[in-house]
Unconditional design. Structure first.
Lengths: 209, 251, 345
């Protein structure tokens, strides 16, 4: 009898969970009554797997801002998918050792490249502004790069150089905080910034393609 | 603008006429070979023909007669590999022929490299290349390395099954600004992302340009994992490497 | 017409399609691996052990039929079994990666070095395959087609001589190259026959003279006649497998008398069918890295339909699937085939 399940579409996979007998752990996306829902699932039948799945599921709430839905599933309160963000949170959590208690991050991050701390302020409607604690050219550039990093990682919209917003119009403080450390190194975001900055600039013939 | 008749070596003329189709490439090759000596054209012809014996002899002969190592490398060997690269790209030749040409290039470079190292001449670029951890396939990587060396890059080949730590160690040791990673299996592709993260954790990412390639790798995957570029084949790898080096120099 | 044919078993369907005879519906065929890490977990048969222990090999392979709904079971997930038996050094890797031959440490340099051991088919890694086939035959009877795998001499050349040395030899000394192939071919035949005797219904024969590495003319020069010989000597249908762009050699492949050609997504179904005509069946050609691994069931379905509409006789992935492929993408293949046939009935 078939044992594979119809549990939606798998959007992320840890093929060997180093913290639990190298089992595979999948994050599945399904359609719930109120939007996108997610399920952490492993096909392994080893003893203790349900406990590991439960750990990861609970941690998704703490570190990603998801809430419980029916049947062990999870959802964002807004019902949206936030595909990139939820996958990144899942992967980060699977790196946690079982004895490492999941904890939500703060809405700030130290940027070593600008030697400054960037703080994110949440506003209504899912808007977030980014500001550095130093007022230098480098920190201004880097703050913009970090905002662009969140654009890429959380699929938000860039409203201006230092303001992003979620299209769903809802707050996702925990998710943004979790993604911040990675946002300081998103090179593609930097490249996009540079491309945007160079639009409309006449290039010398030797610099043109 | 030179004309094809200005090229003394008949084999080179026929290679250009038979295998080059893009006008800009034809113009570039004609100008380049017409400006070089017949002696250099003969070296290039030997390389294109995959004749490592002739390439060895002609390179040594030229150096013994006082031709500079740089001229032999640029106008003889690299010029020849330029034609080889185009023929490979257009499927006129395949991997066995490219291997033979690379073997010929290696024979010539055996004389050139010590001279250039001693004189402190800067190469076009320095790269570290390897196949990622868990992956033992290297033919694609090796073709890229051959083409890069054939274009004047110094390449440090780490081989296969290379861990992130080994990549980091090599970049630091050789002070290379360019890293190339290859993977042939979808199972090992994620190790590219892990390696990039390792460089980020070490604070080395900013000074480095990372290019990736391999049969299952795509531009989308390369972008997602934070690489600076993706090369779909050996010739694209060379173009990408050149552009990334220009990026580095521009600061 | 398909709907005038009574319902067939999976095995009947596959054998009919390999012979280009009428079928009740297009079979979903897996001539290479459909193992995934999730299926390994499901039946507790992880790599690398599933490549080395017959019970695990059989148990994991069976999921292609019992879980995914394919019409075939193919237990030889990797391409290293006989190379291991011959003496190549193998990197066995772990659960989420393939065992691979250490081709940078080749075991042969010249034709005189070639030795096919007498115990080729009883070495633990080759015997694992024949034992797994026996287990599957016993378990599933005549219900499902069991497909074995034997590596061709060109691929064996890569494994035993190293890729670059072997390719350089092919250019430097065609006569020596042919001699090497002739000596290695006996391993292909012996292992193929052993699997037929163990109960395999058909055999995949990977021989990687791929368009990414060598010209179509190379196939004609070095391999076509050998493949004709294999078709004569191996007593069960052969499914030739060559990766990459191969339209330039499909004409030669169609001349060999082999039953089927497992072709890669770099070749379009319609153009491939136009070349081979009714001389050889095609198996394929759903893209692995970009579709099965990276996209979803809808994209998989589209590629299945393209094959069905072109008249490809057996549909399946283009090669051994990525180990992280999602189950729902694989299930989409037989589901699409069933839906397509319902719609055209």
């Amino acid at each position: 009898m078939a044992q594979t399940l119809d549990i939606g579409r798998r959007i992320e996979l840890v093929s060997m969970d180093r913290h639990f007998h190298d089992i595979s752990l999948g994050l599945y996306r399904l359609d719930g009554n109120d939007g996108a829902e997610f399920l952490v699932h492993s096909y392994s039948g080893l003893a203790g797997v349900p406990g590991r799945v439960a750990f990861v599921t609970e941690a998704m709430k703490t570190m990603g801002g998801l809430v419980a839905a029916e049947n062990g599933r999870l959802r964002f309160p807004c019902g949206s998918e936030h595909n990139r963000g939820v996958r990144r949170v899942f992967l980060d959590i699977c790196k946690l050792a079982p004895d490492e208690p999941p904890a939500a991050r703060e809405l700030n991050v130290f940027d070593p490249k600008a030697d400054s701390t960037v703080t994110v302020t949440a506003y209504a409607g899912g808007r977030y502004t980014f500001a550095a604690d130093k007022d230098t050219d480098k920190s201004a550039t880097r703050t913009g790069a970090i905002a662009n990093g969140i654009v890429k990682l959380a699929e938000t919209t860039l409203e201006d150089d230092t303001t992003v917003s979620f299209d769903c119009g809802h707050s996702h403080d925990v998710l943004v905080a979790q993604l911040l450390p990675r946002a300081i190194n998103v090179r593609a975001a930097v490249r996009e910034q540079e491309a945007a900055a160079s639009r409309g600039v006449l290039a010398a013939p030797s610099q043109q393609e | 603008m030179a004309e094809i008749g200005d090229i003394a070596n008949a084999f080179i003329r026929s290679e250009i006429e038979e295998f080059l189709e893009r006008p800009k490439e034809i113009e570039h090759m004609v100008n380049m070979f017409a400006a070089s000596s017949e002696r250099m054209q003969n070296i290039a012809a030997a390389l294109i023909d995959g004749d490592n014996g002739a390439c060895d002899e002609l390179t040594k002969g030229a150096l013994d007669d006082g031709v500079t190592a740089l001229e032999v490398m640029d106008d003889g060997l690299i010029a020849g590999m330029g034609i080889v690269g185009i023929k490979f790209r257009e499927n006129f030749i395949f991997v066995p022929e490219v291997l033979a040409c690379a073997r010929a290039m290696k024979a010539g470079m055996a004389y050139i490299e010590p001279i250039l190292s001693a004189s402190g001449v800067e190469p076009i670029g320095v790269a570290v290349m390897g196949t990622v951890k868990g992956d033992l396939h290297d033919i694609g990587k090796n073709l890229c390395i051959m083409m890069l060396r054939g274009s004047g890059f110094v390449v440090h080949d780490l081989g296969v099954d290379v861990s992130p730590d080994d990549f980091i160690e090599a970049i630091e040791e050789h002070k290379a600004p360019l890293l190339g990673m290859s993977a042939l299996l979808t199972t090992t592709m994620p190790n590219m992302g892990l390696t990039i993260e390792a460089f980020i954790d070490e604070g080395l990412r900013d000074d480095l340009r990372i290019m990736v390639g391999g049969a299952p790798v795509t531009q989308e995957f390369a972008d997602d994992m934070g690489a600076d570029g993706y090369g779909k084949d050996a010739m694209a790898c060379v173009e990408l490497a050149r552009s990334l080096m220009a990026d580095i120099r521009a600061g | 017409m398909a709907d005038a044919i009574k319902a067939m078993t999976s095995r009947e369907r596959v054998l009919a399609a390999l012979n280009r005879e009428p079928v009740d519906r297009t079979p979903v065929c897996n001539p290479t691996s459909v193992a995934t890490v999730e299926l390994m977990d499901l039946v507790d048969a992880p790599f690398p052990q599933a490549n080395r222990e017959p019970e695990l090999m059989a148990r994991l392979a069976a999921t292609g039929y019992t879980e995914l709904g394919f019409d075939t079971i193919m237990p030889v997930f990797s391409i290293i079994q006989e190379s291991s038996a011959i003496g190549c050094k193998i990197q066995w890797e772990q659960k989420d990666n393939w065992p691979t031959v250490k081709m940078r440490e080749p075991i042969w340099e010249t034709a005189d070095d070639i030795k096919i051991p007498a115990d080729l088919c009883t070495h633990p890694d080759t015997k694992c395959v024949t034992e797994a086939i026996k287990i599957l035959r016993k378990e599933y009877g005549d219900e499902v087609a069991i497909i074995g795998k034997t590596m061709g001499p060109w691929s064996m050349g890569y494994h035993c001589f190293g890729v670059e040395p072997f390719l350089l030899l092919s250019l430097d000394d065609p006569g020596k190259t042919k001699l090497c192939l002739d000596r290695m071919k006996e391993a292909t035949v012996d292992f193929g026959i052993a699997q037929a005797e163990a109960g395999a219904d058909a055999i995949t024969l990977p021989d990687h003279a791929t368009g990414d590495l060598v010209s179509g003319e190379y196939y004609e020069r070095y391999l076509r006649d050998l493949h004709i010989e294999f078709a004569e000597r191996i007593p069960i249908p052969i499914i030739l497998h060559i990766c990459g762009r191969t339209v330039d050699r499909m004409e030669y492949i169609a001349q060999t008398g082999m039953h089927a050609f497992h072709y890669d997504s770099k070749n379009k179904p319609a153009e491939s069918m136009a070349i081979v005509g009714d001389r050889i069946s095609l198996v394929g050609n759903i893209n692995n890295p970009e579709t099965l691994f990276s996209k979803g069931p809808e994209e998989v379905s589209a590629e299945v339909r393209e094959n069905l509409e072109a008249g490809v006789q057996l549909v399946g992935p283009e090669c051994a699937i990525p180990l992280q492929t999602a189950v729902e993408n694989l299930k989409a293949i037989p589901q699409t085939v069933r839906d397509w046939h319902k719609n055209i009935a």
